[in-house]
Design a protein around this ligand. Structure first.
Ligand SMILES: Nc1ncnc2c1ncn2[C@@H]1O[C@H](COP(=O)(O)OP(=O)(O)OP(=O)(O)O)[C@@H](O)[C@H]1O
Ligand SMILES: [Mg+2]
Length: 249
């Protein structure tokens, strides 16, 4: 049985077919890299699978269960978490508070944010876990900063940290290393690779192929709303359609 399968997914904006029959099957416990030209539909795919937008057609199946069109909260409770290309976080909460709330669903996070007494007394176990994760993404020294006080790259890291804090077993990251320096970007992918060893499956959108291809186990190529190729990185780089549609060679 597939872990996460997408079949013939459709999503249009007016006359524009952002998803036009996207079909793929994620490989469990691996780094699945999703690449493709700007506007090819990558973020739309993640937005649709994660419940942000209902698809116009097609199905999303998780371990054989049809989860098409469920709300983001329900998808989260099925063990799928995602980050946004343009990060969404609580600017008026500290880095640590953002982390501590991340093991709850999106709706709950919002409700709890409005009533601080509900999240101030977190057990130290959660706090310790948050600190370990923050150390690994080099944000520990900023834990008490309000998140509007940290840089754009650091906000990207916080988004990643939140996914690691959750108990999700499928994590979808939309450009996790955009704006992150190369040394730290490598460390982030090292961390992601380690996590695949503990049963977490990643679907990662990334344009920084110099780094991402070193870590990807499988690469999926999107072109005009469809997956046109799926293979190991070295095979993908030799694929003529891919070179034409994305690499421009
Ligand atoms: N909310 C929206 N309303 C209207 N059109 C949209 C919306 N979101 C995406 N689109 C359009 O759908 C197409 C696919 O966009 P999408 O953001 O999925 O591309 P992408 O592959 O993630 O690109 P990038 O690499 O630039 O992030 C684009 O033509 C885009 O303009
Ligand atoms: Mg995108």
């Amino acid at each position: 049985m597939s872990l996460l399968a997408v079949e013939n997914l459709q999503k249009s904006f007016g006359g524009l077919h952002a998803l036009n029959g996207a079909t793929f099957d994620i490989v469990p416990n691996k780094i699945n890299l999703l690449i493709g030209a700007n506007g090819s539909g990558k973020s739309t795919l993640v937005n649709t699978v994660s419940g942000l937008w209902a698809p116009d057609g097609g199905t999303v199946t998780l371990r054989g269960e049809d989860i098409t069109g469920l709300q983001p909260d329900e998808i989260f409770h099925h063990g799928i978490m995602r980050t946004f290309q343009i990060p969404r976080h609580f600017a008026n909460l500290s880095v640590m508070e953002n982390m501590l709330m991340a093991h709850r669903g999106p709706g709950e996070i919002f409700r709890n944010a409005l009533t601080p007494s509900r999240w101030r007394h977190f057990e130290s176990e959660q706090t310790k876990k948050a600190i370990t994760i923050l150390e690994s993404i080099e944000l520990a020294h900023l834990k008490d900063k309000l998140s509007f006080e940290i840089s754009g790259g650091q906000i990207k890291l916080l988004e990643l940290g939140k996914t690691l804090m959750s108990k999700s077993d499928i994590i979808m990251l939309d450009e996790p290393i955009a704006g992150v320096n190369p040394t730290l970007a490598l460390k982030i992918f090292d961390k992601i690779r380690t996590m695949t060893g503990s049963g977490i499956t990643f679907l990662i959108i990334e344009h920084r192929l110099d780094i991402a291809l070193r870590y990807a186990d499988y690469v999926f190529v999107m072109h005009e709303g469809r997956i046109i190729a799926r293979d190991k990185p070295d095979v993908i780089l030799d694929n003529e359609d891919v070179r034409e549609s994305y690499l421009g060679k």
